[in-house]
Design a protein around this ligand. Sequence first.
Ligand SMILES: Nc1ncnc2c1ncn2[C@@H]1O[C@H](COP(=O)(O)OP(=O)(O)OP(=O)(O)O)[C@@H](O)[C@H]1O
Ligand SMILES: [Mg+2]
Length: 229
Amino acid sequence: MENNTESNVIIEAQNVTRTFWMGEVEVRALRDVSLKIKRGEFVAIMGSSGSGKSTFLNQLGLLDIPTSGTIIIDSVDTSRMSEKEKGEFRLRNLGYVFQDYALLPELSAIENVYLSLMMQGKNKEECQKAASAMLIAVGLEDRLKQLPSKMSGGQQQRVSIARALAHKPRVLFADEPCANLDSTASKQVLELFRKFNKEVEQTIVMVTHEDWHVEYVDRIIRLKDGVLE
Ligand SMILES: Nc1ncnc2c1ncn2[C@@H]1O[C@H](COP(=O)(O)OP(=O)(O)OP(=O)(O)O)[C@@H](O)[C@H]1O
Ligand SMILES: [Mg+2]
């Protein structure tokens, strides 16, 4: 049985190592990283370029497989899942925001969000409602039918946040979500994250290397050469 303190933990990395091989050269991107993130926490992962931030986020978000060690999400040991189970788990429980927005260019804002909700197997009307509600929540009520190419970077990133949050994921992962944005658009994105973190206790794990972003988060995790500082 778990005690109360343990059940506050939504995601846990246990002795996670990730090694890449570049021909004969071994790159130890993560070395024996252990960490617990609490439900409702907003965490920043920081460190210099090449320190392993994206590699670590990809392990936590089940986008990659550790060389050794385990990721536990909501008491589920994900190392025991098949690739198919992991794919379904990601779709239902996790949300992602990337620095390049990753929107489908031929689809409007609402269609981008709607499509990802349809992949969850929900009915059409429910998905349409949820998609427009999320776009309104991120301040894009007047852009529902616009194509990504007709939007600013900040607006596109807000569409991708709406898409990532529409199915109410247990954890939201964001890898340098403000990297391509100016400081005004970056602030809007960070304020949205903080709003969802406070209002619906959204757990968020965000990679950033901007020092001024730290004022938005609850905790900073620093990586150096693949090791937690
Ligand atoms: N697919 C890969 N194949 C080989 N090496 C990789 C791969 N992905 C990452 N690495 C190496 O692992 C180390 C950590 O990379 P990672 O992308 O996690 O760094 P980062 O902290 O996110 O850097 P940045 O701030 O530049 O995004 C680097 O030395 C990188 O070259
Ligand atoms: Mg990176």
